[in-house]
Design a protein around this ligand. Structure first.
Ligand SMILES: Nc1ncnc2c1ncn2[C@@H]1O[C@H](COP(=O)(O)OP(=O)(O)OP(=O)(O)O)[C@@H](O)[C@H]1O
Ligand SMILES: Nc1ncnc2c1ncn2[C@@H]1O[C@H](COP(=O)(O)OP(=O)(O)OP(=O)(O)O)[C@@H](O)[C@H]1O
Ligand SMILES: [Mg+2]
Ligand SMILES: [Mg+2]
Lengths: 174, 172, 172, 174
């Protein structure tokens, strides 16, 4: 299979809907200046596959929803009138379009709801997080092992991990 | 349980040296060598697994003594060797080239170019043109200041021969 | 004790914003803003000190949300502001530019060029030519394989106008 | 003041004596391929100023002495005859040539002896580690605060440190 495309809706620094297609490329690079939103794209991929929010540089799911207004406790002169009128969104979602080896397209979607909970759906049908991870496992996408996602700054830790950690990683994938 | 563990261990330990050699070899030198050892032969999943890597033309086997760039190369070899056991369909790697010098970046780029294809997709976040100019396609992310939002734009490099020169100029 | 602490604190907190602005400003934008706050106003050295930095054209003040490159720039500003209290005669910085894009590397390089001189010496380890080509002198370190040893060679860039092009070519 | 030059003797990857002069340059870059020995040069500067070995990627002072022979437990075919004849050195030292504002040159030296202990000397005269750090303090080189040395990979931790750590750092320099 392969990841054919993504759709982010009010996810982290992506306001409104942003979609990205990977076409038939098998080696794609994500580039851009510091602070543009590159690692947030990896966070979107991890989020839609079911990775918990602690790994996504946030304390709770709500932090993953786009926030536009100036975050300040004092009545900041920066937040001029037009800012206050635009309410921050209260929900967000990420879709991943996955193409199986047999050509069949699977639409994976994970939402963050207004109440802070999260829903999973496959091809428009709501499923439990267990059913979701079983469908991913069938494609060899093992979220527990996460051995195919490397977050920024983590690569050196992979080599320097303790013998116990290495054994545990192997245990998860076996 | 032990059986499953040992199947995974022997699969990966058979491949780690080959992957490390392929990643670190250059036109003038043979690649380094790498292997895995079990701390407790009798009860494998009770003890840990030790990883040893020796960069090309070096003599130390102790992972602690490796430099930043040498550790990154050893880590990538382990990652790719482990991946070969139950291969996931794609990798997403965020600035794994940060500690690498130009020649190691080129080695990683050519490894990815060789191994990407049907069945394995690489999605790589990078700031170094010597890495991303080798990819099939680019996803450019920029900040639209007026809307206070990230935006994306895609470019298929395969259509352009000179694309890499263009992108680097825009970045500067 | 409190007095000493407060002298240091107010000295640094007066300067942090200026240093951060100078580090992050570019021809088209004003720099970001940064400040320090005390967790416990009454007994300053009992509580902690919070550092807030807001990159140019951004709105968040939470350090956790900054990207890798944005964190590096905020860290350097703090380092340089703290340094101004009892300035040590030199800095030794090891690959601090690893997470920076080209434009931030250029900003760091020009900050160091402006501030180095009598009284402050920068010794910087870097893999990026866009940083080291701005220095007065280079110390090149290579491995002498036959002797299994590191060796050094020095080059004073001020004697050469085109030196930076030469060094980059050799590195590739 | 300024650091005018260094002399490393059997220190980490530097076999025999290696000397480096910084001339009158106030902005010097250390460059070279991965694994060449750049961070070992920073370790040499830290070592000669009195930083403890735990920070220098080693467990004990002996690890800082140059080792050339193949490190292996099994009787490795790699270590051909000529290797075994060359004994590894059992001691090492680093000198730093420091030029004070008044032009006076101070030669700082720290050794690692055969028995694993370490000696400090200023201009050829052995001193205690306390006298050594007082002489450095007079030049505003505060080893405890280490706020002028940034080791590889540490820069992001400087910004992300906890409020308590930041307060402690300030306490050390005040
Ligand atoms: N919930 C959110 N709403 C809006 N913006 C957010 C949110 N969470 C994070 N951000 C912003 O996203 C930016 C960081 O983006 P990201 O980490 O993806 O950058 P990057 O492109 O990876 O940069 P670098 O090259 O420095 O690593 C920060 O400036 C932060 O303010
Ligand atoms: N005591 C020692 N004797 C001999 N060699 C040593 C000793 N300690 C470390 N080394 C060698 O030094 C090398 C690492 O050097 P160093 O960390 O300085 O590299 P570097 O130039 O900083 O590289 P990078 O750019 O990857 O960070 C290792 O390959 C290691 O084998
Ligand atoms: Mg990032
Ligand atoms: Mg290094």
């Amino acid at each position: 299979g392969r990841l054919a495309g993504l759709e982010l809706h009010n996810f982290k620094s992506y306001r409104g809907t942003a979609s990205v297609g990977f076409g038939d490329a098998s080696f794609t690079s994500i580039i851009g200046p510091n602070g543009a939103g590159k690692s947030n794209m990896l966070d979107a991929i991890s989020f839609v596959l079911g990775v918990q929010s602690a790994q996504l540089r946030s304390h709770q799911l709500r932090d993953l929803i786009y926030r536009g207004r100036v975050e300040s406790t004092e009545n900041d002169e920066e937040s001029s009138g037009s800012d206050v009128l635009l309410q921050d969104p209260t929900s967000a979602y990420v879709c991943a379009f996955y193409e199986k080896d047999n050509g069949e397209l699977m639409k994976l979607k994970r939402t963050i709801n207004t109440n802070g909970s999260s829903d999973y759906s496959i091809n428009g049908k709501i499923v439990t997080s267990l059913q979701y991870s079983i469908a991913l496992k069938a494609e060899n996408i093992l979220i527990k092992a996460k051995n195919f996602l490397v977050f920024q700054g983590d690569i050196e830790n992979v080599a320097a991990q303790s013998p116990k950690d290495l054994a545990r990683m192997l245990e998860t994938i076996s | 349980r032990t059986e499953l563990f040992m199947t995974a261990f022997s699969h990966i330990s058979d491949r780690i040296d080959g992957v490390y050699k392929e990643l670190t070899k250059s036109t003038s030198t043979v690649g380094g060598s790498a292997y895995l050892t079990l701390e407790d032969e009798d009860e494998p999943y009770a003890g840990g697994i030790r990883y040893h890597a020796m960069p090309p033309m070096k003599r130390f086997r102790d992972m602690d003594l490796l430099s930043g760039g040498e550790k990154t190369m050893a880590a990538l070899a382990l990652l790719f060797a482990v991946h070969s056991f139950h291969p996931s369909p794609f990798f997403v790697l965020d600035e794994i080239d940060a500690a690498l010098d130009n020649s190691n970046v080129a080695k990683i780029a050519s490894y990815m170019k060789r191994h990407s294809g049907v069945g394995l997709q690489f999605i790589v976040i990078s700031l170094k043109s010597s890495l991303f100019e080798n990819s099939d396609a680019l996803v450019g992310i920029y900040r639209e200041q007026r809307e206070n939002s990230s935006k994306t734009v895609t470019l298929d490099l395969r259509n352009y021969q000179t694309a890499s020169a263009e992108v680097t100029r825009k970045e500067d």
